[in-house]
Design a binder for this molecule. Structure first.
Ligand code: SF4
Length: 269
């Protein structure tokens, strides 16, 4: 029954909205995963508590108290995340609980999703959309100098020999690839831009530049890990387009990127 439901939800998403996956998938999956996790851990506790009691009389009580605190934080986090995602208002009054929920429940959702046949990519996309609502719910605008546009190196045309990772301004803006268009867009809004070849360089760039908000272009996998790694810095995700397969001559929808920048940048007075 559960598998059938998940497949219907997954099919519904793919039929009505073939490209973007909505927030609903992650919201439902994380709620069900949390309930199953609680049931599973409670069953495990009942199974092992007599053995723990033999080791030390207080051990089952200590473990149970720890589990109660752990699940209480996760439940608070899940309620705050769900309310924020559904109403697009800022309910994140306990950032720690929301962060714990995302840190722990995302991998649990991936495992549960794989068991019922939902691809990791769809869960990742849905998670990125839920994360976007956290930023939108703040209804806050930032100075252009506090915004960093982070691009993947695979946007660059493979035949281009210009070194743009150290300094994006080396780009000749010949418009053979989307890097030139993105740089023009960044100039228009006065926001900083960096190009990373991977997660390690991206982390170093974020540490060096200390932005208050990041607009990242990447595939779902890099966006999910980037969002989780960059926390507490907020990251707005824009999916790259991969007509040639992953990591080679990728593209980005400039209108989508413009919308993302506009949603966080403060207009000059
Ligand atoms: S726009 Fe032209 S110069 Fe700039 S990275 Fe792309 S191909 Fe190279």
């Amino acid at each position: 029954m559960l598998i059938a439901w998940a497949q219907i939800l997954s099919m519904k998403n793919s039929q009505t909205n073939p490209k973007p996956v909505g927030k609903a998938l992650f919201i439902w999956l994380s709620t069900i995963s949390l309930i199953l996790l609680m049931v599973g851990v409670t069953a495990l506790w009942y199974f092992i508590s007599p053995r723990l009691h033999e080791i030390n009389e207080a051990l089952p009580f200590v473990l149970l108290s720890g589990l109660r605190i752990f699940f209480f934080i996760l439940i608070i986090g899940s309620i705050l995340v769900l309310l924020t995602a559904i109403f697009e208002r800022n309910f994140i009054i306990a950032r720690f609980a929301a962060h714990m929920f995302i840190r722990i429940m995302y991998p649990v959702c991936i495992i549960f999703g794989s068991l019922i046949g939902i691809p990791e990519e769809r869960i990742g996309e849905s998670f990125v959309r839920v994360n976007d609502t956290f930023i939108r719910s703040l209804r806050k605008k930032f100075d252009p100098k506090d915004i960093l546009i982070l691009l993947p190196h695979c946007l660059q045309d493979t035949s281009c020999t210009v070194r743009i990772t150290i300094d994006p301004s080396n780009c000749k803006r010949c418009m053979r690839c989307d890097i030139g268009k993105v740089l023009e867009l960044c100039d228009e809004y006065g926001v900083d831009v960096s190009i990373a070849t991977g997660g390690t360089l991206a982390r170093r760039i974020i540490i060096d530049k200390k932005p208050k908000v990041i607009v990242a272009v990447a595939c779902y996998r890099d966006l999910v890990s980037g969002i989780r790694d960059a926390y507490p810095i907020m990251t707005l995700g824009v999916f790259n387009l991969r007509p040639n397969g992953p990591c080679i001559n990728t593209h980005v929808n400039i209108d989508t990127l413009r919308k993302a920048i506009k949603s966080v940048v403060r207009k000059p007075s």
